[in-house]
Write a protein that binds this ligand. Structure first.
Ligand SMILES: Nc1ncnc2c1ncn2[C@@H]1O[C@H](COP(=O)(O)OP(=O)(O)OP(=O)(O)O)[C@@H](O)[C@H]1O
Length: 263
């Protein structure tokens, strides 16, 4: 018998008006794995992410994290269980420094919170010192230590994406959800990202990612889950998925766009 998965999605459904964005989808993410969620534009991938992180509530179905149903849980509670994410559209505090952005991630885990920290009681000072250490460590981990004091808006696009990863890591996740992490990156930046995701997994963090860059997905994911029109049409290893006729048809039948879906 195999060990229970870190994340289990069971019969998950989410409709927006008449649109079935996610339609009876079920899949597992095993502990310590890197899983890719792929599919043509509008297939329902980001909606699945928003359901896992509590940004949306499903119409039906279950989301079990480490055996616990997290449906209807508040987003901050879900973060405190060890789920962190980055967004498809960069969501940084553009006028704040790289360090301040990552500290904002640490505050999700702090007892005092941002306002309480201003009172500066001894245990709050200790907590702040620890947060600073974590933030610097994570900036170093993603290679942004030299840019610590720079405003987020002055970082290159690729570095802004890495900053989002550092901020997510500062919440000490067990499960990291990355929404198109290579979006807008050049080939060199993408390769740096690939190495970083592998190192994240080596830290024992399980990764679920949406990515249109098939080269990246094929390199690092041991399992792919494919959605089309909200429905799961295939799941398996990259080699299995590449040969799957339904997947080939879904991609070949997808309307052309500028996202360079090379499958
Ligand atoms: N908040 C919302 N309100 C209404 N419809 C929505 C909402 N979010 C998503 N949808 C619809 O649900 C469907 C799935 O969208 P979703 O963004 O999850 O797809 P996706 O696979 O992430 O696409 P992409 O690769 O383009 O990001 C689409 O038809 C979309 O228009």
């Amino acid at each position: 018998m195999s060990a229970s998965p870190l994340l289990r999605i069971a019969n998950l459904t989410k409709a927006f008006g008449g649109v079935m964005a996610v339609n009876n989808v079920s899949f597992d993410v095993d502990h310590g794995s890197i899983v890719g969620l792929i599919g043509p534009n509008g297939a329902g991938k980001t909606t699945v992410f928003n359901l896992i992180t509590g940004n949306y509530q499903p119409n039906s179905g279950e989301i079990l994290f480490d055996g616990r149903n997290i449906v209807n849980m508040r987003t901050n509670k879900i973060v405190s269980l060890g789920i962190a994410r980055t967004f498809q559209t960069i969501r940084l505090f553009q006028n704040m420094s790289a360090l301040e952005n990552v500290l904002a991630g640490c505050h999700c885990r702090m007892r005092s919170g941002v306002v309480g920290a201003m009172l500066r009681l001894p245990w709050q000072k200790r907590e702040e010192r620890e947060a600073l250490e974590i933030a610097v460590t994570e900036l170093e981990f993603v290679g942004l230590r030299p840019h610590l004091d720079q405003a987020a808006r002055n970082l290159s696009y690729g570095n802004q994406r890495l900053l989002e990863v550092a901020r997510a890591l500062a919440t000490k996740p067990r499960f990291l959800i990355l929404d198109e992490p290579a979006g807008g990156m050049n080939d060199y930046e993408t390769q740096v990202l690939v190495n970083l995701i592998i190192q994240i997994r080596e830290r024992g963090i399980t990764v679920l990612l949406i990515e249109h860059d098939m080269n990246l997905v094929m390199q690092i994911c041991e399992k792919l889950v494919v959605l089309e029109y909200g429905m799961l049409i295939a799941q398996g290893t990259p080699a299995e998925i590449q040969k799957d006729q339904r997947v080939i048809d879904a991609y070949l039948g997808a309307p052309e766009d500028d996202e360079d879906e090379e499958f």
